[in-house]
Design a protein around this ligand. Structure first.
Ligand SMILES: NC(=O)c1ccc[n+]([C@@H]2O[C@H](COP(=O)([O-])OP(=O)(O)OC[C@H]3O[C@@H](n4cnc5c(N)ncnc54)[C@H](O)[C@@H]3O)[C@@H](O)[C@H]2O)c1
Length: 249
């Protein structure tokens, strides 16, 4: 019996990078997976790869910031498998690097839409279905930037801090139920998101990791898999560090 046999997971931003790694890990351990992404080409490719590995897979294409995307993902999960056990709010963008006085106000709106509105929208739509069965595990992918505040990354740092705040609030809202809500705060992992940043910005972030290396997608996926499991029963509204020692709290 695998850890996620019979369970259904929705993973946003899972066409590539950390999201794909999480989808793969949950699938390897028996979960059926609804992948959500707005990149149709990468999404189709990732969904076929996951299915070819033996994971029952559905793909919902759309922008996580649009409530319609969450509604379609939920419908796809329920129509196909009749339940939702796990939600991983992973979709995120890095944004343009620059000091706050150099960035357009619209850049803040753009980053907010994916990084925070998307997490709100999926949580808002999925939670009522978890409450019906009094079981659920929600894992939000925040960032060390949300705890420490990276310079020249204000929209990213601020929205990731907000994901931490959202996690703490929703964890308390659901504390009398069987639904647990937690988040993780990774430091740098080599994925496509780094293409959004200048080489100097990436160097700034990597230099601050005491373990002297970047994180692996599989390392993030392993922690998320535990937080998504029944074994994670006494933690909620909590922030789990995975920053190679950068976080001091
Ligand atoms: N890579 C890192 O160093 C790092 C560190 C800390 C936190 N994170 C967080 O991890 C998560 C995954 O990042 P990643 O590094 O794998 O990035 P990535 O760019 O490799 O992958 C992000 C995925 O999300 C999708 N996506 C982006 N915006 C979307 C939207 N509005 N609607 C639907 N899909 C959307 C993209 O198409 C892509 O498939 C993000 O929340 C990111 O902030 C990453």
């Amino acid at each position: 019996m695998a850890r996620f046999d019979d369970q259904v997971a929705i993973v946003t931003g899972s066409a590539t990078g950390i999201g794909y790694g999480i989808a793969k890990r949950l699938g390897c351990e028996g979960a059926k997976v609804v992948m959500v992404d707005f990149d149709s080409e990468l999404g189709e490719q990732a969904a076929s790869e996951l299915a070819a590995r033996g994971t029952p897979t559905e793909l919902t294409l759309g922008d996580v910031a649009e409530p319609d995307t969450a509604e379609r993902a939920v419908k796809q999960a329920l129509d196909t498998w009749g339940r939702i056990d796990i939600l991983v709010n992973n979709a995120g963008i890095g944004g343009v690097n620059g000091n706050i006085w150099e960035l357009e106000v619209e850049e803040m709106d753009r980053v907010y839409r994916t990084n925070l509105r998307g997490v709100f929208s999926f949580s808002h739509t999925v939670i009522p279905h978890m409450l019906e069965r009094d079981y659920g595990r929600i894992v939000n992918i925040a960032s060390i930037a949300g705890k420490e505040g990276n310079p020249r990354m204000v929209p990213y740092s601020a929205t990731k801090a907000a994901v931490i705040g959202l996690t703490k609030s929703v964890g308390k809202e659901l504390s009398g139920t069987g639904v647990r809500v937690n988040c993780v705060t990774p430091a740098v992992v080599q994925t496509r998101i780094l293409d959004e940043f200048t080489p100097e910005q990436v160097a700034y972030m990597v230099e601050r990791i005491p373990l002297g290396r970047t994180g692996e997608i599989s390392e993030i996926a392993a922690l998320v898999a535990w937080l998504a499991s029944e074994e994670c029963s006494f933690s909620t509204g909590a922030v789990f560090d995975i920053s190679g020692g950068r976080a001091t709290y």
